[in-house]
Design a protein around this ligand. Structure first.
Ligand code: UDP
Length: 213
């Protein structure tokens, strides 16, 4: 894609990820933090793949003056997620709606910060409209942090579900905490997420209520 962008002189956006920070020792995570990533674990293919892609983007920028933009996407959710996506928000909503057990991995004390897809897409558009030479990386996410147990409880209460919570083993290298520092996105893109978790979760529940049998 970088070769194609170079040939047709296109601006190119990398949808990078908070996974570049791995299991972070710095909290919240700012763009200057280089991360703590296991290079050979079960998540490494994704984490290191995204890190390598960032490296290639910046090499093309330095060597060919390619018009690159890099955003690091933190946990995102919303309507039109696939019910079997496997991510926590879709899993919990689908389980709650079907009356199945809510599967918490580990003790549920690990944290994530959840950004609504509408806010996320808005940030991409703003990033693509910045001047050439503003490359990022820019963190995009909603800096309000919840534990996975809190998310499970909210989902159960909003759905009005009688599902039980069950605790399953925590996958290897599952980050313990994650929250973006969005200072750069706020100042450079004039962007702040507008949809807070309660509202976004309720809308996403309504979407799944209509779509899953
Ligand atoms: N998780 C969970 N139950 C699930 C799916 C995920 O407890 O059914 C946990 C998972 O272990 C992680 C968090 O929720 O700590 C977020 O997982 P997800 O796969 O959505 O995103 P990521 O780990 O990439 O942040």
């Amino acid at each position: 894609m970088l070769g194609l962008a170079k040939r047709v002189k296109a601006r190119i956006l990398q949808a990078s990820t908070s996974e570049v920070y791995g299991d972070p020792e710095v909290h919240p995570q700012h763009e200057g933090y280089w991360g703590k990533v296991n290079p050979i674990g079960i998540r490494s293919c994704y984490d290191e793949g995204k890190r390598c892609a960032e490296t290639l983007f910046f090499d093309y920028y330095r060597q060919h003056n390619l018009d690159i933009k890099v955003v690091r996407i933190f946990n995102t959710y919303g309507p039109k997620m696939h019910p079997n996506d496997g991510r926590v928000v879709s899993n919990f909503i689908v389980q709650a709606l079907k009356g199945e057990d809510i599967t918490i991995y580990g003790d549920g004390s690990q944290t994530r910060s959840f950004c609504h897809v509408d806010d996320m897409v808005q940030a991409f558009i703003l990033m693509m409209n910045t001047e050439k030479g503003f490359t990022g990386p820019v963190n995009v996410g909603n800096p309000c942090e919840y534990s996975i147990l809190e998310l499970a409880e909210k989902t159960l209460s909003f759905v009005g579900s009688k599902s039980r919570i069950v605790y399953l083993p925590l996958p290897q290298d599952d980050p313990k905490q994650r929250m973006p520092d969005i200072t750069i996105a706020q100042s450079k893109l004039d962007w702040t997420p507008k949809v807070q978790l309660d509202e976004g979760l309720k809308g996403t529940i309504e979407y799944f209520r209509k779509t899953i049998k």
